[in-house]
Design a binder for this molecule. Structure first.
Ligand code: SF4
Length: 77
């Protein structure tokens, strides 16, 4: 099922949980906040939004569920 993963990066506190559960799609960046790998970066008033379309959910729902600040979202396309 086609999905879009959305990361509201400005909310990230750099806890690393998403990288721990879904290292195929998440990585800690040099600024110690998470990056969604292979994502498109869009500037919005709050900061940077990262989005990536995927065909399978993989561990991304787990990453969204574990994020303590609820800045990862998985939506059906
Ligand atoms: S789980 Fe959320 S707050 Fe923690 S590093 Fe990942 S995106 Fe940032």
């Amino acid at each position: 099922m086609p999905l879009t993963i959305i990361h509201e990066r400005w909310k990230c506190i750099g806890c690393g949980s998403c990288v721990a559960v879904d290292p195929d799609r998440w990585v800690m960046a040099d600024d110690n906040f998470a990056d969604l790998k292979e994502s498109t970066h869009t500037k919005v008033p709050e900061g940077t939004r990262e989005t990536r379309d995927v065909e399978d959910v993989g561990m991304s729902q787990e990453a969204a569920d574990i994020c303590p600040v609820n800045c990862i979202h998985v939506k059906k396309k």
